[in-house]
Design a protein around this ligand. Structure first.
Ligand code: CA
Length: 234
């Protein structure tokens, strides 16, 4: 574990992995929530698509489990909307239907996997572990893209052709957090949680965004008004 980071929930799946379960069937959602919690997931349940959309956008998740048939916002549409807003957590869609067309539609919407009801719980657990592992494959990347530049993570160094900029450890952690999820909008609180020491306040996030912009250009970090920050797209 790197200093300043919380225990990476994905390194040893599924312990502590933040899972959003969007399922309107109360019996099934209660049963799944209890079972997933026993397996070590930090489970939050939304009972309709609107609540799922809201929670999906305002908090960070390691994995999403979304029922297809939902009131308010239907499951595949929910995944599509979350992807459109930059949510990149892997998603597994639960569906009563299992035709090839349904599967393709779900995957086209941005879901990574798909399970037909009724399913064996062990099958669900295995699929979730696989999703978390797959999602984690990119997490040890030694280099990340920052626009047209390369960020050498271990050296806190941003390379742009022949030019390079050295970042402080804290600047590097902040940039790394943003660059690992380039489409995700992070709140200040999330960034504080992921890239800062516990003693600091949300104001520190603004300060280090300012430092990053001063070193790398204003467009490096985008302000999303009323929400927070994400990696810029120069
Ligand atoms: Ca349903």
């Amino acid at each position: 574990m790197r200093p300043g980071w919380q225990a990476d929930p994905v390194t040893v799946p599924p312990s502590g992995a933040r899972l959003l379960l969007v399922e309107d069937d109360p019996d099934l959602s209660d049963m799944l929530a209890e079972l997933l919690a026993e397996e070590g997931y930090a489970v939050t349940v939304a009972r309709d698509g609107q609540a799922g959309l809201h929670l999906g956008l305002v908090r960070s998740w390691d994995v999403l489990v979304v029922d297809r048939g939902l009131p308010a916002v239907e499951g595949v549409d929910l995944v599509r909307r979350l992807r459109g807003r930059g949510v990149v957590a892997p998603a597994l869609v639960l569906t009563a239907r299992g035709t090839v067309a349904d599967r393709v539609e779900g995957l086209d919407a941005g879901a990574q996997d798909y399970l037909v009801k009724p399913f064996e719980v062990d099958e669900l657990l295995a699929r979730l572990r696989a999703l978390l592992r797959r999602d984690h494959l990119g997490a040890d990347a030694a280099e990340l893209s920052v626009g047209s530049r390369r960020f050498i993570v271990g050296e806190s160094r941003v390379v742009d052709g022949d030019a390079e900029v050295i970042l402080s450890r804290r600047e590097g952690l902040l940039l790394e957090t943003l660059a690992r999820r380039p489409r995700q909008v992070f709140t200040r609180e999330e960034l504080l949680d992921l890239a800062f020491d516990s003693a600091e306040t949300a104001g520190a996030v603004d300060t280090y965004v300012y430092y990053l912009r001063r070193k790398l250009g204003k467009e490096t970090v985008e302000t999303v008004h009323g929400v927070g920050y994400r990696l810029g797209s120069p």
